[in-house]
Every structure is written in structure tokens, then in C-alpha cells.
Design a protein around this ligand. Structure first.
Ligand code: ZN
Length: 87
């Protein structure tokens, strides 16, 4: 087995209602937005979070011999190959 590096990209959506005391709907929306960015709704965001898209991409593998990382499409580790050629 080898050690691979996989880049995980998740697109997540969150929908929830909050009660806001405000003078009008625009202020209510602004206060809700402030709450999101001031981390007032971290629990709501956590429980309502849904993964809507996911992507997994593995481009890099770690060489077992020299521990350098290299492109998965290379047959051999370029570092070790170079070393062998220089021997
Ligand atoms: Zn190597």
C-alpha cells in the first residue's frame, strides 16, 4: 500500500429559520446576516448542513523510498529514477 493525497471538495448548503427583533424586514435580514458572520448560528448551521456536491481528486502519491510526493500518472518516482540513473 502507498500513501496517496486526495483533495476533497464539498459543496454544502444550510437552511434554517431564526427569529429576529427588528424595525423592518431589511433590518431583520441584515441582523440575520450579521449573526451568521459573527458565529451566532453555529449550532443551526451544523445541524442543517447538507452536502449537495462532492468531488474527490487524487493527483499525488508519496514515494515509499524517498518520501517525496509525485504525480500519480508517473510510473516511478522521478526522484528515485534520477538517483538510479546517476548511480
Ligand atoms: Zn522516491
Amino acid at each position: 500500500m502507498k500513501k496517496y493525497i486526495v483533495q476533497v471538495t464539498l459543496t454544502q448548503e444550510s437552511h434554517f429559520d431564526v427569529e429576529i427583533d427588528a424595525d423592518d424586514y431589511e433590518q431583520a435580514e441584515k441582523l440575520a446576516k450579521d449573526g451568521v458572520w459573527e458565529d451566532d448560528y453555529t449550532d443551526e448551521i451544523r445541524w442543517s448542513l447538507e452536502i449537495t456536491d462532492e468531488h474527490y481528486e487524487c493527483n499525488v502519491v508519496e514515494c515509499e523510498d524517498c518520501l517525496e510526493t509525485y504525480d500519480v500518472f508517473e510510473d516511478e518516482c522521478p526522484e528515485c529514477l534520477e538517483r538510479k540513473e546517476n548511480e
